[in-house]
Design a protein around this ligand. Structure first.
Ligand code: AMP
Ligand code: GLY
Length: 420
């Protein structure tokens, strides 16, 4: 089997590594990939938004099916495009991808199908928003509607900062804004919950917890994710059932009624309050770095999962997991998520010897003439599986220290809520 993976981050390197474990696969192509995927797949110099060029390549190189890593091509309709051309692809269609593409779409769906979420209002202007804010309780949460790479959410303790947030959004910080979403602040414990579906069967795909803030103690700016651990410490059988019955199943049923086809991973960002789940947001893909954290725990052949989804046969697949706890630390370029330098050489990488259950995934890296350079804010992911999170974290930090990359920084406290 020949498989194409679309994307270029740590998530896609982790997906390629897992695919490589399958005996069913003879070749992987990555569009466009990074220095890590190039070690195990063949990087193709075509970007994720160049649908026509990818299609030409898929036909010429006889690729059996495509896996889409990031949200942007999904929201742009890559799945509809390839379906129209009768090429198999793993991911939700354009309409279903609105779950991530528009926070207001998701809120309306929650309302229609009675899915628990924070109380909210949708406002069409700065003036209207400010009138509402005047009579609101704080903290309050202000959100830009569309894709904003994790940056379109403001948690405001005071009316002044809330007013500023509304102004920034309507003044186009995240693109043209016709609406803003203002919602109640939910005070609880966060959890990321993943499932995989072929459009009929739904299978759980583990839980995780990421750390979105740049600095230790969950302080500083929001980022794409500085680290994660899996499983989440707060999941239990009762909660699991509630999440499936009150959130996941009604969502997928609702989408079906709207005529959308959901095939692929679905990532629910949840707030848990007194063992009750509330939906904060949906992502229509695996998380990054949650994917790098979760996939090493997967026992089942991932290609069996992907291909059975493409053929609507997921029901027959039993997904099994390793018991070990997994923890991932993201090594970033100094200055991320704001100004950071690119194209900085990473020289010690090849010298690091990995033990069993230790992995390094590349995120923002590029190989030029056999030298690896940084190529983005989040550069490398260090993942360790062990019997507890504490050991995983100690080992991951040791690996980062061995690399000794002077241009990098990372959080030493990933998993602090579950490590004493
Ligand atoms: P999102 O991009 O929607 O996941 O939001 C980013 C982060 O903001 C989440 O991971 C939460 O930590 C926080 N957040 C979003 N919505 C709420 C809410 N209604 N109440 C409390 N925290 C929230
Ligand atoms: N780690 C958060 C995300 O992938 O959206």
């Amino acid at each position: 089997m020949i498989i194409g993976v679309i994307g270029s981050g740590g998530r896609e390197h982790a997906i390629c590594s897992k695919i490589l474990e399958s005996k069913k696969v003879t070749q992987i192509y990555c569009f466009p990939g990074n220095a890590g995927t190039n070690l195990i797949a063949k990087n193709v110099n075509i970007k994720a938004d160049e649908f026509d060029k990818i299609r030409e390549f898929v036909i010429n190189y006889k690729i059996n099916f495509l896996i889409v890593g990031p949200e942007k091509p999904l929201v742009d309709g890559i799945v509809d495009y390839f379906k129209k051309h009768k090429i198999k692809i793993f991911g939700p269609d354009k309409l279903a991808s609105q779950l991530e593409g528009s926070k207001i779409f998701t809120k309306k769906l929650c309302k229609k199908f009675n899915i628990p979420t924070a109380k909210f209002g949708i406002f069409k202007s700065i003036k209207e928003s400010k009138v509402y804010l005047k009579n609101s309780k704080f903290p309050i949460v202000i959100k830009a509607d569309g894709l904003a790479a994790g940056k379109g959410v403001y948690i405001c303790k005071k009316i002044e900062t809330a007013n500023e947030a509304v102004e920034e959004i309507f003044n186009g910080k995240f693109g043209v804004a016709h609406n803003v979403l203002i919602e109640e602040f939910l005070d609880g414990e966060e959890m990321s919950y993943f499932i995989v579906t072929d459009g009929k069967a739904i299978k759980k795909f583990q839980t995780a917890q990421d750390h979105k803030r740049a600095l230790e103690g969950d302080k500083g700016k929001n980022t794409g994710g500085m680290g994660a651990y899996s499983p989440s410490a707060i999941i239990n059988e009762v909660l699991d059932k509630k999440i499936m019955n009150k959130i996941i199943i009604p969502t997928l049923r609702g989408l079906k009624k709207m005529g959308a086809i959901y095939k692929g991973f679905l990532y629910a960002g949840l707030m848990i309050i007194d063992n009750e789940p509330y939906l904060i947001e949906y992502n229509v893909r695996m998380g990054d770095p949650e994917c790098q954290t979760i996939l090493p725990r997967l026992k089942t052949d991932i290609v069996e999962i992907f291909s059975s989804c493409c053929e609507n046969k997921l029901k027959k697949v039993m997904i099994k997991w390793h018991e070990e706890k997994s923890l991932c630390i993201v090594l970033c370029s100094k200055g991320y998520p704001e100004n950071f330098k690119n194209s900085l050489e990473i020289n010690n990488l090849r010298k690091i010897k990995l033990e069993d259950n230790e992995l390094i995934f590349h995120a923002g890296t590029i190989n030029k003439n056999n030298i690896i350079y940084s190529n983005g804010g989040r550069v490398l992911n260090f993942v360790v599986l062990s019997k507890n999170f504490k050991i995983s974290r100690i080992k991951a930090i040791k690996l980062i220290e061995k690399l000794d990359w002077q241009n990098g920084f990372y959080r030493k406290d990933i998993g602090f809520k579950v490590i004493k």
